[in-house]
Design a binder for this molecule. Structure first.
Ligand SMILES: Nc1ncnc2c1ncn2[C@@H]1O[C@H](COP(=O)(O)OP(=O)(O)OP(=O)(O)O)[C@@H](O)[C@H]1O
Ligand SMILES: [Mg+2]
Length: 311
């Protein structure tokens, strides 16, 4: 090759390399831009997911609120009617006092006063009134306790918990979840509970409460009319194990893999969002714990939550 040949070849190669570099630079820029776009899409998605999770919580709160309103309405009904009876009874006592006033005004002898008093006791049936009063008062206190309990359960359910973990009694947490769901389960399933003796753990009461509420709600939705839901808690080798079992329709092998995936649901639109288990999974993980499932189609399901006593 002559010198010019070399030069042409060199120039051509240089040209080609420049083109290649330009191409590479264009591609990198495109890639960079695409990556930036992806980042933005991803962060939008994450924001949206947060919103959905929050609104799911609000939606399930809506359902709960309806149930809670119903639960409070019942004790409120009899507290109201008890107080109406108490007012009537007070009027009877007022009449008794007026009557005795009359007896005393007229009465001269101890004998006539004693007769007047005995007469009044019988006429106004004071013994019955008093025993009735007592049972009305006790029933009213019971109703108020019930309302107080519902409010306490609700408070712990919606408590914002981004702060420090605090001592939690897991059995209390289970009781709270059952109370909140009582309105849904009581006409549909039999609930058997078996609480073991548990140490207090460090955790978020509200979150664990929500986990158990989700699991029990799922069990209740899976069982047939008058189905069975079993809930137990145990301490096993430094772990608290809570099992929620049902004798419902069970889970197929194919569905098993997707259970904890956000938005996976087999329920009709409007009935399930498919977030219960994925949210629960996250919350259990926050406690250093795990959720496992055992199930066969047609043979019910058992969800077990394990929480380390020492996180
Ligand atoms: N106890 C159970 N028995 C049978 N299937 C269950 C049970 N628990 C969960 N599943 C299955 O897992 C799916 C996902 O449950 P998950 O709680 O995450 O969502 P969901 O109950 O469908 O809706 P959401 O909880 O948001 O109202 C359910 O749709 C159901 O198919
Ligand atoms: Mg659910």
């Amino acid at each position: 090759m002559s010198e010019t040949d070399y030069e042409t070849a060199y120039l051509r190669e240089k040209q080609l390399r420049k083109q290649a570099e330009q191409l590479l630079e264009d591609r990198s820029r495109e890639l960079f831009l695409a990556n930036e776009q992806l980042k933005e899409v991803n962060s939008n998605l994450q924001e949206q997911q947060q919103i959905v999770v929050q609104s799911e919580k609000m939606a399930s709160l809506g359902v709960l609120a309806a149930g809670v309103a119903h639960e409070i309405n019942n004790p409120l009904g009899y507290i109201y009617s008890n107080f109406s009876s108490l007012v009537e009874g007070l009027q009877d006592i007022q009449r008794l006092l007026n009557y005795m006033d009359g007896v005393i005004a007229k009465g001269e002898t101890a004998e006539s006063l004693r007769d007047g008093w005995r007469n009044a006791l019988l006429q106004f049936d004071i013994a019955y009134l008093l025993s009735d009063y007592q049972s009305l008062a006790l029933e009213t206190i019971e109703g108020l306790e019930r309302v107080k309990q519902i409010v306490a359960d609700l408070k712990s359910f919606i408590r914002q918990e981004d702060g420090e973990k605090a001592p939690v009694d897991v059995n209390d947490c289970l009781r709270g979840a059952l109370n909140i769901l009582n309105n849904q389960t009581k006409y549909h399933a039999q609930v058997e509970v078996d609480y073991g003796e548990l140490p207090v753990i460090q955790g978020y009461f509200g979150k664990l409460n929500q986990v158990f509420t989700n699991l029990i709600a799922n069990a209740n939705q899976a069982v047939p009319e008058n189905g069975l839901i079993r809930i137990s808690s145990r301490l096993v080798d430094g772990w608290i194990e809570v099992a929620v079992s049902d004798n419902g329709y069970g889970i197929s092998e194919e569905h098993m893999r997707h259970l904890f995936t956000p938005f996976f649901t087999t329920k009709p639109v409007g009935e399930g969002t498919g977030l219960g288990l994925s949210i629960s999974h996250g919350m259990v993980q926050e406690h250093g714990g795990e959720i496992s499932v055992k199930s066969k189609p047609g043979e019910g399901a058992t969800f077990t939550v394990r929480l380390p006593v020492k996180a």
